[in-house]
Ligand binder design. Structure first.
Ligand SMILES: *Cc1c(COP(=O)(O)O)cnc(C)c1O
Length: 500
């Protein structure tokens, strides 16, 4: 199967090339030329299959230049007993007769980014080999929290790769910082940048566009690559768990085979929910996607009005992984909704660059609305939702998942639709322990507590065990104390790679 760019359909590449390059040269994103179908007859076999078998069955449709053995190697290296705290990888938890949580946070960093970043390094190294490149792959990441740690865990000790992560000195939580500076592995590096996330990101982007520096790296046998969420290799693994959740509902006799269900997804960059859209296009029976935002509700407005407008105040919320004003993966939905109209999409993206906004046609807006419902919720409502669900069901959600639950409730209140709904649960509540504890027990419950006292307190309140990877942070040696100014990122990378 070939892939094409969303901004220029004449650009065609293989899956391996799409994964290796990440972004098309004119700025477009790679999408499959046609969306493969999983016939119902094949889907019928899914309930009896393991997560890894389901993954091979889905991925082999997209990665046609990989053999089934190669795909299975990637899948088994990523979703293993050593890496995930549950055999089922992405278990479905039944809350009541209408709502189910698809728990995507049992991986090594306790957030759903693991679902993609555990497998991406393996897809990437195989892709590089298929493209006959011999350079060692250097991944540079600027992170506001979850992605950096998930990328470090995914790439650690993967042969043929090195990874360096920059995080803003002020701007990640204490636990996120601890997760990064205790990172083990023989090919990893971490540094704090003086400044905020934008400073770190701008610094990394500068390196990516520095042609002289890239030549120097190449002369030393290195090629830069990125692990960000527009890479097809990060999106495609996410399609799997939509099929897997459906198969589990059939297996547990919650639905009949062929019944349509809803998915509710806490959304930032539009990667997760878009993977669900592709699953539906492949044949998964879906009624509605519920797109949930926090106060940064640019997607809510877009889906409800057809106008995407990033010219607005940025809110720092208690669901920080959704604090995003430009949802990059939306471009792939626009391409599909417009009937793969690359000129139209290129025009929208140019307008977004120029004016910070664009508006889709009425017909396109209606198409989107027929499939997507969108709403948002404030921090206060998020906390109330965490408390209410805990009180009624003794189940504790993290802040991101709670946004989706709240928006689900809004959807039911508005539409009365009682279709069974799977809510994507994107992080362990322990990862956002402070906000979750405040929601459950009030502000006083966190006063004077350090990260580990917070973990203990949340464990007691929730009656859940602390994920082993988080409690282990207490005794892990701190391996990195590099701090740099925002103008010094290149020097830090050079020292890491020992190039002059
Ligand atoms: C990244 C992230 C999201 C948002 O996912 P997108 O694919 O960017 O829409 C939601 N919740 C958590 C915990 C995340 O880390």
């Amino acid at each position: 199967m070939q892939y094409q760019s969303t901004r220029d359909k004449s650009i065609n590449v293989s899956a391996a090339e799409a994964i290796k390059t990440g972004l098309s040269k004119e700025g477009g994103l790679f999408v499959p030329k046609e969306i493969p179908q999983i016939p119902l007859s094949q889907l019928r076999a899914f309930p009896k299959m393991s997560y890894n078998e389901r993954a091979v069955a889905v991925l082999s449709n997209f990665l046609t230049d990989f053999s089934d053995e190669e795909i299975a190697e990637c899948v088994n290296a990523a979703y293993s007993k050593e890496k995930f705290e549950t055999d089922t990888i992405a278990p479905v938890y039944k809350l009541n007769d209408t709502h189910y949580f698809l728990e995507l946070w049992h991986g090594p960093t306790c957030a759903f980014k693991d679902m993609a970043l555990q497998i991406l390094p393996h897809l990437l190294t195989k892709s590089i080999a298929k493209c006959n490149s011999t350079e060692e792959c250097v991944i540079l990441v600027a992170t506001s929290g979850d992605t950096g740690k998930a990328a470090l865990e995914g790439f650690k000790d993967v042969r043929g790769t090195r990874i360096f992560v920059f995080y803003p000195e002020k701007g990640v939580s204490e636990i996120q910082k601890l997760q990064m500076i205790t990172q083990e592995g023989n090919n990893v590096g971490v540094a704090a940048v003086e400044g905020n996330f934008d400073d770190a990101q701008t610094g990394v982007k500068k390196i990516f566009t520095d042609e002289d520096y890239k030549s120097l790296l190449k002369a030393n046998g290195f090629a830069l690559s990125s692990a960000n969420s527009i890479n097809w290799g990060r999106l495609v693994p996410q399609i799997v768990y939509y099929f897997s959740a459906y198969a589990d509902l059939v297996k547990n006799k919650e639905i009949e085979f062929g019944d349509k269900i809803n998915f509710a997804v806490p959304t930032g960059n539009f990667g997760n929910i878009l993977a669900g859209y592709y699953a539906m296009k492949m044949g998964l029976p879906v009624n509605k996607f519920i797109c949930a935002s926090n106060e940064n509700n640019v997607l809510t407005e877009f889906i409800n009005t057809g106008v995407y407008d990033r010219n607005r105040k940025f809110h720092t919320t208690i669901s920080p992984s959704m604090d995003i004003l430009v949802s990059s993966n939306l471009e792939r939905l626009l391409f599909d909704i417009t009937g793969t109209d690359d000129n139209k999409v290129a025009g929208y993206m140019a307008a977004l660059m120029r004016d910070g906004k664009y508006e889709v046609s009425a017909a396109d807006k209606e198409k989107i609305q027929s499939l997507f419902y969108a709403a948002s919720c404030s921090d206060e409502e998020t906390q109330k939702t965490i408390a209410a669900v805990h009180k009624q069901y003794a189940y504790v959600m993290d802040t991101h998942t709670a946004v989706a639950k709240n928006v689900c409730d809004q959807y039911i209140a508005e539409t009365g639709d009682m279709t069974k709904t799977v809510i994507a649960s994107t992080a362990s509540p322990f990862k956002f322990n402070q906000s979750v504890l405040i929601a459950l027990e009030g502000l006083a419950s966190v006063a004077g507590k350090d990260e580990f006292a917070l973990l203990d307190a949340l464990s007691e309140t929730s009656d859940m065990p602390i994920p082993a990877s988080l409690s282990a942070l207490k005794t892990k040696p701190k391996l990195f104390n590099i701090k740099c100014e925002k103008t010094q990122l290149k020097q830090v990378v050079s020292e890491f790679l020992q190039v002059e």
